[in-house]
Design a protein around this ligand. Structure first.
Ligand SMILES: [Fe+2]
Ligand SMILES: [Fe+2]
Length: 249
């Protein structure tokens, strides 16, 4: 059974009852050149946040039944609801500024296709890839705009996403400890390669916003990899203290 699910259930229940609100009174003024810069990009991220989550929930239920983690389905439901709320917040902002929503984009389709390939653990790896890169993107979007409302929206989403990354990385690190060393090494290698490819794809699709925030292609990938290292390659002592004594990466 996974170690800290009760803590995470409390976290997601608390935020379901008291979702982070955008500070009232922030001005939602987007200059025409800003709107041109971000419109397509923000619509792609809104599409990524939007999902009915049925595949993830199914995978979590199967995993929970096999492992005896009875809190996992409820946590997953609340997690999906939080992501859907992000999609709504972004959509509200887009509607305010006449930015059309997208129905599809190749990066979103690729993430969804890979997620469907296997079970809950693969879902976690794909999700955390999107979240870690998304966090670098939301910081860049905040830096690229002078619109107070959009800046507040980026910070609100980031606060939730950092918790999501904490949750997913803890699960991934704990599940890693159950595997033989050679398989662990192979999985990390494969995940890092997928992560780098995903960061490059996000750069290609969002380079206008990212350049405006001061990123170069190499700098953006480096920033994403730094997030990866911080959350998924922590010192062994940290893993042991969070995941529990007697378990090592
Ligand atoms: Fe999100
Ligand atoms: Fe998230």
């Amino acid at each position: 059974m996974l170690t800290n699910l009760r803590v995470w259930l409390n976290h997601f229940e608390y935020h379901a009852e008291q979702p982070r609100a955008l500070a009232s009174g922030t001005r939602s003024a987007l200059r025409p050149e800003e709107r041109r810069l971000i419109a397509r990009s923000i619509a792609v991220f809104q599409l990524g946040e939007q999902s009915d989550g049925s595949g993830l929930l199914r995978a979590a239920c199967h995993f929970a039944a096999a492992q005896g983690d009875e809190l996992l389905p409820r946590i997953t439901e609340l997690f999906i609801r939080e992501e859907q709320r992000h999609a709504r917040l972004l959509r509200d902002f887009m509607d305010e500024h006449g930015i059309r929503a997208r129905r599809r984009h190749w990066t979103d389709a690729a993430f969804r296709r890979v997620r469907r390939l296997a079970g809950f653990e693969l879902y976690l790896h794909v999700l955390i890839t999107a979240e870690l890169i998304g966090n670098v993107y939301y910081r860049a979007l905040e830096a690229a705009t002078g619109c107070q409302r959009l800046r507040a929206l980026c910070r609100t989403l980031l606060a939730d996403e950092l918790a999501h990354v904490g949750y997913e990385s803890e699960l991934i690190l704990e599940l890693r400890t159950r595997k033989p060393a050679a398989l662990r090494a192979l999985m990390r290698l494969a995940h890092r390669a997928f992560f780098c490819a995903a960061a490059c794809a996000v750069w290609l699709s969002h380079r206008g916003v990212l350049r405006h925030a001061g990123h170069t292609a190499a700098g953006f990938v480096r920033a994403c990899l730094a997030q990866y290292a911080f959350h998924l390659d922590p010192p062994a002592a940290w893993s042991a203290s969070v995941i529990g004594p007697g378990r090592r990466r």
